[in-house]
Design a protein around this ligand. Sequence first.
Ligand code: IMP
Ligand code: MG
Length: 177
Amino acid sequence: MTETLKTIITAAELNEIVRGLGSRITLDYASKTPVMIGLLKGSFIFMADLVRSITIPVEVDFIRTSRYGMSDTPSNEAAVTIDTDLDIRGRDVILVDDIIDTGRTVEGVLARLRTMRPASIKLMALLMRRNAGVECPKPDYLGTTIGEGFVVGYGLDYKERYRHLPDVCVIEEGRGG
Ligand code: IMP
Ligand code: MG
C-alpha cells in the first residue's frame, strides 16, 4: 500500500523549534555539562540537530526500548534493549524523545534512570499529542504539540520507512506502529 503524506511541520519550522530548545538548554545548564540521553531510533535526527544548537559542553548517549518484546502487541512496560554506558550518578540528565504519545515509554525509562541516582532529570520531547491524558508525563522542554494522526519524518517512521524525510508529515491513509 502507498500512503499519502501531508507536511504538518516544515524543515524550516523544525529548525526554528530545535534552535529554540537548544538556546534554552544553553541558558538553563550554563554552568553544567548535562548528559543528553536520546531514545532510539526516533530521536536520532532531533538529537543530532539539537546538540549542534547548544553551545555549552554536553555528553550524548542513547537508549533503545521495545514495547513489543517477544509478542506482537505492545506491553505497558518498555523493555530496555540497548542501555546507557554512561555513569549518570550525580549528573544532570535530559531524556530526549521524538514524540510522547501515551507517555508509557518515557515513564518507564524515567523510572529506570532515577534508580541510577542522577542529580537531576528533565524530559524533552520534540512532539506531544494535544489531547494527551492528564496522567501522561509532561515534558519540561517541548518542541510543539500535534493533533491526532500518525506522523513520520525527521526520524519518525511508519514500519521503518520515512525516517529520512526532512519535514514532519502525517500519514493520511494507513496506520500502524
Ligand atoms: P508512547 O509510549 O505511547 O508515548 O509511545 C511513544 C513512542 O511511540 C514514540 O517514541 C515513537 O517511537 C512511537 N510513536 C508514537 N506515535 C507515533 C507517531 O505518530 N509516529 C511515529 N512514531 C510514533
Ligand atoms: Mg520513540
